[in-house]
Write a protein that binds this ligand. Structure first.
Ligand code: MEV
Length: 307
């Protein structure tokens, strides 16, 4: 028997970093996915199309799977095969989508498929190991799919866009460590608590307004909020020359707004483009060697089945 699970990547539309400290964030699942196949085997084996067996990149997944299996007293004799459409370290949720798909595939193979809520709380354990102080927004949106307004400790709210929306995502080609970026922001907060809290309050307002713009289909208003959010993130020191240049470029190509997405310091930019212009913008970026994708919103959440 083979258990299969697929979980989407994510783009944070607004509120990354501040969400770790209690602000609201808006995030969307992407159409790009991670697929995990689980089968019974002689011993625990994990292979991935991103990392060679035994390399450090697979260690967090291996540690996570081992602790999940022992927590439920499930047999460790299992083979997991991981395939990902998502670039690693690009801020597009490859680690959260991997954890979510692993939890779903493992629990399905062992005959106790977890609910979405259980999948999120189990995946959080792996996320915290990888990211340090994680908010939970990444595994939540990768498991739930769609667009989610999220705050630590509150029930996630699903946001249904008025009409199908496409997000553009462009990768700087530079990967970075989320843990290091989160630590940088914690240092800013510790140095200037009042200043930071003011920005966090403002970002909560931005996320709620962005959810409203999505509901009503006001893409110009949404783009404006993205531009504002990018400026705040740059103030925290989590942008980079490459990210700023990509934001500038997407805006000059006609996008309503663009910002870094995820932890920053490298990684990717998310943008809102006028309807119908997405493909042209993507082919212009690709012609310049920049990896770029269009993702329709809403995209589905985690799925698992037996083959
Ligand atoms: C990473 O996608 C988003 C961060 O806010 C971390 C987190 O919320 O766990 C940087």
């Amino acid at each position: 028997m083979k258990a299969v699970a697929e979980a989407p990547g994510k783009a944070i539309i607004t509120g990354e970093h501040f969400v770790v400290h209690g602000a609201w964030s808006l995030a969307a699942a992407l159409q790009m996915k991670v697929r995990v196949e689980a089968t019974d085997s002689e011993k625990l084996t994990i292979d991935s199309d991103r990392f060679a067996a035994g390399t450090p990149g697979l260690k967090p997944v291996r540690d996570f799977v081992q602790s999940l299996l022992s927590e439920f007293s499930w047999s460790q004799r299992m083979r997991l095969s991981i395939k990902s459409d998502l670039p690693h370290g690009a801020g597009l949720g490859s680690s959260a989508a991997t954890m979510v798909a692993v939890v779903a595939a493992v629990s399905r193979l062992r005959g106790h498929p977890f609910t979405v809520e259980e999948t999120i709380s189990r995946s959080m354990v792996g996320e915290t190991d990888v990211h340090g102080k994680a908010s939970g927004v990444d595994p939540t949106v990768c498991a739930m799919g769609g667009v989610v307004l999220f705050r630590r400790g509150s029930k996630p709210r699903r946001v249904v866009p008025q009409h199908g929306l496409s997000l553009l995502v462009a990768f700087t080609g530079k990967s970075r460590s989320t843990k290091g970026q989160i630590a940088k922001v914690v240092a800013v907060r510790n140095a200037s608590q009042g200043f930071f809290d003011g920005l966090a309050g403002s970002i909560s307002g931005v996320s709620k307004t962005a959810a409203e713009e999505l509901r009503t289909g006001d893409l110009i208003g949404l783009g404006r909020l993205l531009a504002f959010n990018h400026a705040l993130l740059a103030t925290l020191g989590v942008s980079s020359r490459e990210l700023d240049a990509l934001v500038e470029e997407l805006t000059s190509m006609g996008c309503y707004g663009a910002k870094l997405t995820g932890a920053g310091g490298g990684g990717s930019v998310v943008a809102v483009a006028p309807e119908g212009k997405e493909k042209r913008i993507i082919s212009r970026l690709k012609a310049r060697g920049i990896e770029a994708y269009q993702s329709h919103v809403p995209a589905g959440g985690v799925k698992s089945w037996v083959e």
